[in-house]
Design a protein around this ligand. Structure first.
Ligand code: B1M
Length: 211
């Protein structure tokens, strides 16, 4: 059986097949899927983030790490998702316009789903219009917005403003997350909440819907 440190190292070095084998071996050994995600997969991506920032890793390598992490997530997802549970509510989630980061957003999506919610994951680079249209079409209880770039954060405000203009904001809660955003930012743009990580996002959804 692999250790969490070895799994994290495989994510850092972008060894997708090795990550998948190690996740499989950890599951077979009875380790908790959530622990595999936090102690192995996220721990590895945390190091990637630090090295990317320091200029010790470059975009192609970061993409290899991201692909490896996704490979591992795909294996644990069915074990975490509570498929036959009654839905606690409907959540629309996506990364805002101009932003292609989706690892954290997908993690949030996965945990929210495992928290018993129906999730519509719109993907990345989603325009304000598409969020508003999807809100009309799917009538979600909550819209969860992700942004990883300081340059794309303002799109969150645009979405909230647009929902208000169209008279839709009182029908849906909007929550935000992603490394550059904060509770203060959420309050300043009129969001209903901010979650610093995937676990908190599940709690926030439950709290906002009175569950
Ligand atoms: Co980019 N990138 N990136 N990147 N990237 C960051 C974000 C950056 C901080 C790196 C750095 O310079 N230190 C920096 C942003 C600087 C800034 O704006 N302040 C940056 C940059 C500059 C860029 C480019 C501009 C680089 C370039 O091309 N010159 C470019 C932009 C592309 C674009 O989006 N238009 C770019 C590209 C990329 C890759 C494509 C190479 C890749 C993304 C791959 C992918 O997502 N499929 C990538 C990556 C991987 C990163 C870092 C290294 C890691 C992000 C990540 O996946 N973390 C990141 C550095 C860092 O964050 N330390 C960086 C792991 C993930 C689990 O955490 O996403 O934070 P995170 O999600 C957390 C929470 O934030 C929260 O919960 C998650 C789980 O706990 N959360 C939510 C997230 N969304 C939420 C939504 C919610 C609630 C909680 O809803 C309510």
């Amino acid at each position: 059986m692999a250790t969490y440190a070895e799994l994290a190292q495989s994510v850092i070095s972008g060894q997708r097949d090795q990550v998948k084998d190690q996740v499989t071996s950890l599951i077979a050994a009875g380790k908790s899927p959530l622990e595999i995600v936090s102690e192995g997969l996220i721990a590895g991506m945390d190091v990637v983030g630090v090295r990317f920032k320091a200029g010790d890793m470059f975009v192609p390598e970061v993409l290899m790490s991201a692909r490896s992490m996704t490979g591992g997530l795909e294996i644990v997802k069915p074990l975490i998702a509570a498929a036959d549970q009654k839905s606690n509510g409907k959540i629309l989630i996506g990364t805002v316009k101009g932003d292609l980061h989706d690892i954290g957003k997908n993690l949030v999506s996965m945990l929210i789903e495992s928290g018993g919610f129906e999730v519509i994951n719109m993907g990345v680079d989603i325009s304000t219009e598409d969020f508003v249209d999807a809100s009309i079409k799917h009538e979600p209880d909550i819209i969860a917005l992700s942004a990883l770039l300081t340059t794309t954060m303002p799109a969150m405000k645009d979405i909230i403003d647009s929902l208000k203009e169209k008279g839709l904001k009182d029908k849906v809660k909007v929550i935000i997350g992603g490394a550059p955003v904060s509770q203060e930012y959420a309050e300043s743009i009129g969001a209903d909440g901010y979650a610093p990580d995937a676990g908190s996002a599940v709690e926030l959804c439950k709290q906002l819907l009175g569950l």
